[in-house]
Design a protein around this ligand. Structure first.
Ligand code: EPU
Length: 337
């Protein structure tokens, strides 16, 4: 086990923020976790780092950052209809999607090209284009830092919600996810409920719908709207889409007849935060190295050497203006370290 000191995290976060971690460790064997737990020379405070695609580094990190490099995919079980796949948390999410498509196993094709690792998928129940990770997650295994033991949670115990789970609530900073079991479908059920997918499939002139075609459509849509973190630093959607009451929505509709919404639950509807932010005039905004993406107002960007606290301040200004104009308080989706 090799622990480095004072390591720049710039290559390890898609926002490309340059701050140092006091201690840094690459973890490629889960058996090391008990050892790390009982090593009193290491800091108490531990940070689990996956692909670094949903974090905003606001200050130098005091503590031990552990990069999850656990690898491996194996079949746990299968029957005529399904395959249960155990995937180590350090596997790259998009590579898992491509692997599943190659094997003809359906369920995660709509989630193509989402940056990050498999271990991050359950934390915020990643979702896109009409599908959420929770629909295929069977269980999640993790190391609990205080209990000093490995635990496996079922889907119910993970308490998944919209971009939410127990790992963002009670278990926040308390666990290190080591693997996830997915239940994939050998007999695909296609999900093209998200309008732009159908349009994209038509554009691609797809005759026979397949999971591969859906993934290609998703990749095309994502690439056209979302900035590539290798070129422009970003962490995808910075805010969640807020849920508001039907009454509040009706009130807004009188002033903004074109306001979009999606059904959420019996009493609330979800409104696209990107639309609200754009209406407040932020889309394409740039000041020095920080900005709001020109094609998707929900994405804050680092054009070069932005500092985490500058991005945080910009997000606070956006929050304030959306609140003033629409009476809606946005919630940040990214995790702030
Ligand atoms: N819109 C605007 N202006 C903008 C951006 C969006 O008016 O600048 C409008 C669009 O015209 C559309 C609506 O908002 O009517 C929704 O936009 P889009 O389809 O781009 O999706 P989103 O609601 O902004 C969510 C997820 C994305 C996911 C897409 C597709 C959240 C916080 N974001 O974005 O997830 O890829 O739907 O399913 O739920 C992420 O979480 O990092 C992420 C990228």
């Amino acid at each position: 086990m090799y622990v480095s000191k004072n390591v720049s995290l710039k290559p390890y976060n898609t926002f490309g923020i340059d701050v140092a971690a006091e201690y840094f460790l690459e973890l490629n064997k889960e058996e090391l976790l008990p050892e790390i737990s009982s090593d009193n020379s290491l800091p108490q405070k531990k940070y689990a780092l996956g692909g670094g695609s949903n974090i905003l580094l606001s200050k130098p990190i005091e503590g031990l950052v552990i990069q999850n490099l656990l690898k491996g995919i194996s079949i746990e079980n299968e029957d005529e209809d399904h395959v249960w796949l155990k995937v180590a948390a350090g596997e790259i999410w998009h590579e898992l999607v491509l692997y599943a498509i190659g094997m003809g196993w359906a369920g995660i094709e709509n989630l193509a090209l989402i940056p990050g690792t498999v271990g991050a998928a359950p934390i915020q129940n990643i979702g896109a284009y009409g599908v959420e990770a929770k629909e295929t997650i069977e269980s999640v295994r993790f190391w609990h830092w205080d209990k000093k033991t490995f635990i496996t949670y079922s889907t119910a115990e993970c308490r998944f919600g919209y971009r939410d789970s127990v790992f963002k609530q009670e278990l926040k900073d308390k666990v290190f996810i080591t693997s996830v079991v997915f239940r994939l479908n050998k007999k695909p059920v296609f999900n093209t409920s998200y309008g732009p997918i159908v349009q994209e499939l038509q554009k691609m002139n797809v005759q026979d719908l397949s999971i591969k075609a859906i993934a290609e459509a998703v990749i095309a849509i994502r690439s056209s709207k979302l900035p590539d973190p290798r070129k422009i630093g970003n962490a995808g959607s910075f805010f969640k889409n807020p849920a508001i009451s039907a009454d509040h929505f009706e009130l807004l509709q009188t002033n903004y007849p074109d306001i979009p919404c999606y059904p959420f639950n019996d009493t609330n509807v979800k409104v696209p935060a990107g639309w609200l932010i754009e209406k407040c005039g932020w889309k394409g905004y740039r000041k020095d190295d920080i900005g709001v993406h020109e094609k998707q107002a929900l994405v804050l960007v680092n054009y070069g050497n932005a500092k985490g606290d500058e991005i945080w301040s910009l997000s606070a200004e956006i929050l304030e203006s959306v609140k003033m104009r629409f009476g809606i308080t946005l919630e940040r989706e990214v995790q702030v370290w």
